[in-house]
Design a protein around this ligand. Structure first.
Ligand SMILES: [Fe+2]
Length: 178
């Protein structure tokens, strides 16, 4: 059984503030992709969806003379580090299990290597799932951060995802007891 639903995380004022900054439509789509990839990679769909939803909450807006400055962003961005920290704090305050909060924070920390020195990262399955889900929804020049989604549509999709996660967990629970 989950301690915390996706809806509880999504509706938290801190989540709303940062999800709107980095793009609500992208966050919801990545949560859905992460849920789907979770079956393929045999990872917990609840952790995958939460990490997908929160993966970009560390973003800062990099504007220069009223326009997004991609080079400024490239040179200074640490959104995965900031996002991992923010997500961890938010999850713990929402009552998330500490082990789950750590797994989610690590998947957010490693969902991109854009801020890291050159080299290969060896990702665990949950971390891989979040990185793949992010890539699946990416658009050139960061356009995915600007796609809009209204609050009610986003909330409805998050609730649907919660139902699907509960359903998966019920099936798993039944398999364990039979
Ligand atoms: Fe992203």
């Amino acid at each position: 059984m989950r301690n915390v639903t996706l809806e509880k995380v999504f509706t938290h004022p801190v989540a709303q503030k940062y999800l709107n900054r980095s793009g609500m439509a992208h966050a919801v789509a990545v949560a859905e992709y992460a849920f789907s990839y979770a079956q393929e990679y045999h990872v917990d769909p609840d952790l995958a969806a939460k990490a997908g939803l929160l993966h970009d909450i560390g973003h800062y807006t990099w504007y220069h003379n009223g326009k997004w400055d991609f080079q400024l962003y490239k040179d200074n961005d640490i959104h995965a580090i900031k996002g991992a920290n923010r997500a961890h704090k938010l999850l713990i305050r929402s009552g998330e299990n500490r082990r789950a909060a750590k797994e989610i924070a690590l998947a957010i920390l490693l969902h991109t290597d854009s801020y890291l020195p050159e080299g290969d990262l060896h990702l665990k399955p949950l971390q891989k799932v979040v990185a793949l889900a992010d890539e699946a929804d990416e658009e050139p020049a960061g356009k995915h951060h600007y796609r809009k989604m209204d609050y009610q549509t986003a909330l409805n999709r998050i609730r649907q995802l919660d139902h699907r996660i509960d359903h998966m967990q019920n099936i798993k629970g039944q398999q364990c007891t039979s």
